[in-house]
Ligand binder design. Structure first.
Ligand code: SAM
Length: 399
């Protein structure tokens, strides 16, 4: 046991026998934040009004953990308007955890969901639209989707994605992810597959340029109200990587080291809410939870080894295995999953195979034809809509 652990254990033992003056003394004479917090907690447990001024004073402490401990003690007197008003002011505290606690207590998240959490709109169920995702999403109500998993168009790396500048590319994705946020149900997940891309050099005189897409998108997502949850690494076999290390293998010169890239990121975000994941799970009946349990083997680390897939028509498709894992780990049977950049419909196919519903959009006509072919072979009742106009008509007919 360290000295600090011994002191904490001593304070716990004395909790019943000593008065608050004893613990205040400990608080004022201690340096360790952990010991100080234990002392505050012992005073708090006594739930005496005469200790309120002491706790109010602690709200000005420079250590956010002390402030949090004082908040906890003061919340016992929440019915006192003066205390509530003082606590509410802490919503502007510089520390983000303190802000979150105050928001949860006094400014709880309001859901805009017009349906029960487990339900969605009929016109979205198993439907694929051949049009621009930003236009289509204007027709989708708030809080419609349970899960989104997507791989956005690569920045000017493939023939289908040409943007005037990197900033414009990021701005476009920001608009899409803002809409995904609006249309995602409370506390549900958004998984984003990206990786840095290289734009080849313009000539022998120039350097190629590498864009750190996942890292640039991260701050954008957090600012939109997505809470960062996990970073999963999709690891591919070395043979599948483009060879960048060949030159270095010959010359071995420092600074010119360029490792082969065998990973992609699968970033995991949750729509920020003050509700715990347990709240989301509790929205489902027991039978659905039982049916959705992840049976068999699963990854125990954030490194997922999956082979990439080739497709006759599309040069950058998800492996079906990756989509199936994401769907199983982050949604329930009967949920609706969304891919704004549907490609040939791999996520949609995985949804069908795993008893989920899907909604997807794809801009390109050829890819949409391939998607139609893939999905028709998997499920007979898919709704394929070849334009925004058709989608609007279908929505009206179903509503
Ligand atoms: C990386 S691919 C996705 C492939 C998909 N994950 C699959 O497994 O087939 C990105 C796709 O986004 C599509 N796309 C680009 N801009 C779009 C937009 N504004 N609206 C809808 N789709 C778009 C591209 O045509 C491309 O098929």
């Amino acid at each position: 046991m360290t000295t600090i652990q011994k002191k904490i254990s001593f304070l716990k033992d004395r909790a019943k026998f000593e008065d608050e003056e004893f613990f205040k003394n400990v608080f004022y004479n201690e340096n360790s934040s952990l010991v100080k917090r234990e002392a505050i907690s012992s005073i708090g447990r006594k739930r005496k009004r005469e200790n309120i001024p002491f706790f109010l004073e602690l709200l000005k402490d420079k250590d956010p953990n002390i402030v949090l401990q004082a908040i906890r003690a003061l919340l016992v007197f929440k019915s006192d308007q003066k205390i509530t008003n003082r606590l509410k002011e802490l919503v502007n505290h510089p520390n983000e955890i303190i802000q979150d606690v105050i928001k949860k207590e006094f400014f709880p998240t309001k859901s805009k969901d017009k349906l029960p959490h487990t339900q969605t709109y009929d016109f979205l169920k198993n439907c694929a639209v051949n049009d621009d995702v930003l236009k289509v999403l204007q027709e989708v109500p708030d809080e419609s989707f349970h899960l989104t998993f997507t791989s956005p168009p690569y920045y000017n790396a493939r023939d289908y994605s040409i943007y005037i500048s990197y900033q414009e590319y990021l701005r476009f994705l920001e608009k899409v992810f803002k809409e995904v946020h609006r249309t995602t149900k409370e506390g549900r997940f958004f998984l984003l597959n990206t990786s840095p891309v290289i734009i080849p050099r313009a000539g022998r005189k120039y350097a190629s340029k590498r864009y750190p897409i996942p890292y640039d998108l991260h701050n954008i997502l957090v600012d939109l109200g997505w809470e960062f949850i996990d970073d999963i690494i999709w690891l591919k076999p070395e043979a599948s990587a483009k060879n960048r290390i060949g030159g270095f293998m010959q010359h071995r010169k420092p600074l010119a080291y360029k490792p082969n890239s065998v990973t992609e990121m699968v970033m995991v975000y949750r729509k920020k809410t003050d509700k715990l994941i347990d709240w989301n799970i509790k929205q489902y009946p027991k039978e659905i939870i039982e049916k959705s349990l992840v049976n068999g083997s699963f990854e125990t680390t954030n490194v997922w080894k999956i082979n990439p897939t080739n497709h006759k028509v599309h040069s950058a498709v998800f492996p079906l295995e990756l989509c199936e894992k994401v769907i199983k780990y982050y949604s329930f049977v009967g949920d609706i999953v969304f891919d704004p950049f549907g490609g040939v419909g791999t996520l949609a196919k995985a949804a069908i195979l795993n008893e989920r519903l899907f909604f997807t959009t794809e801009l390109d006509k050829n890819y949409f034809l391939a998607l139609k072919k893939e999905l028709s072979q998997t499920l007979s009742q898919v709704k394929f809509l070849s334009s925004l106009k058709e989608f609007k008509e279908y929505k009206n007919a179903k509503s």
